[in-house]
Design a protein around this ligand. Structure first.
Ligand code: SF4
Length: 325
């Protein structure tokens, strides 16, 4: 996805990492706070154009570093305003990024891995298997490219106001590379988004949920999809390692670390599998009186899948049951 040279790609470095990189070259750490806005806010990748840096530093950076973006393989803009990019990777498999404009915001759905190892039964990515983790540069590069290719908003802010890790991959399985990206998204020297506007979506790697709560408490969405272990073991296999009770404990602790923070629970509606009123009652019992929101998702069938989408009527009944309870 990125070119390999002897130079260090600064694109995916958090402020702390960039400060260290500069300190190793005899520069003051605050220079990181000058370099970052040039690239992440102004879209500049040429050090020579960073005019408030000393000539000596610019020359040093030219020699040792570079800012390399992921390679856009294709971009498709739909009539509804949605834009979709495919980014090329070295193995030939592309990863997807989608921009969804809505009133008052623009949400970018980004990928964190090439493929995914978790093999959720209803997921097209899981069916492809795992290739490799994306680097921090390849992940933040998706935001960089979208902001630079899309027109700015009416208030002259960048197009992307919200970022969700709901593209290809399980972000908490690529924890080491995702954390610097989260830092870049929320720092004022990077993208300056509030933590509420950055959402990690996980299928439930419990130790990393706990760690994330301490290190970078952004919004959390959990792919629950089943209200009991027997069913969840079957459709979200990571459940065998981290069952629902452990996952929910970690979620409530996560929510408690920031007052008034809801956890979103994703629930894909699979016909005849998890969509009965009894399932709705079980789901209610799990989440009642907790800081939880449920997002019911109509299933998107893909070639070779055994699952079918629940009817609109079934989804409505399920939703009404949760509301009534
Ligand atoms: Fe698909 Fe997410 Fe499950 Fe991976 S963790 S298989 S990307 S649903």
């Amino acid at each position: 996805m990125t070119a390999t040279t002897a130079k260090t790609n600064l694109l995916g470095m958090s402020q702390g990492m960039l400060e260290q990189f500069l300190a190793e070259r005899g520069e003051k750490p605050f220079r990181a706070r000058q370099v970052m806005p040039w690239s992440h806010q102004r879209g500049v990748t040429d050090f020579d154009a960073m005019t408030d840096l000393s000539k000596k530093l610019r020359e040093q950076l030219e020699q040792d570093a570079e800012i390399v973006l992921p390679t856009v393989q294709s971009r498709h803009d739909s009539e509804d305003g949605t834009s979709k990019w495919l980014f090329a990777t070295d193995g030939g498999q592309a990863v997807e990024t989608v921009f969804i404009p809505e009133p008052g915001r623009g949400t970018l759905c980004i990928s964190s891995q090439v493929g995914c190892a978790l093999d959720c039964a209803f997921c097209a990515t899981g069916a492809q298997g795992f290739n490799r983790n994306l680097t921090s540069a390849e992940i933040i590069g998706q935001v960089f490219v979208a902001n630079n290719e899309l027109p700015r908003r009416d208030n002259d802010e960048p197009a992307v106001t919200n970022v969700v890790f709901m593209g290809m991959g399980e972000p908490l399985a690529n924890y080491r590379n995702v954390i610097p990206v989260l830092e870049l998204l929320i720092t004022d020297y990077g993208y300056g988004l509030s933590r509420r506007r950055v959402t990690i979506s996980t299928s439930g790697i419990v130790p990393h949920v706990e760690k994330l709560g301490d290190e970078c408490n952004v919004s959390l969405a959990v792919s629950l999809h089943a209200p009991n272990d027997e069913l969840r073991d079957r459709i979200v296999p990571i459940n065998k390692l981290h069952p629902i009770a452990d996952l929910l404990d970690a979620c409530w602790q996560y929510a408690a670390k920031r007052a008034n923070r809801f956890i979103t629970f994703e629930y894909v509606m699979l016909r005849g599998v998890n969509d009965s009123l009894a399932h709705a009652d079980e789901l209610y019992e799990l989440l009642a009186n907790r800081p939880a929101k449920v997002n019911l998702i109509p299933f998107n069938p893909f070639p070779g899948t055994e699952f079918r989408r629940s009817s609109a009527e079934t989804i409505r009944h399920f939703q009404n049951r949760l509301r009534q309870r």
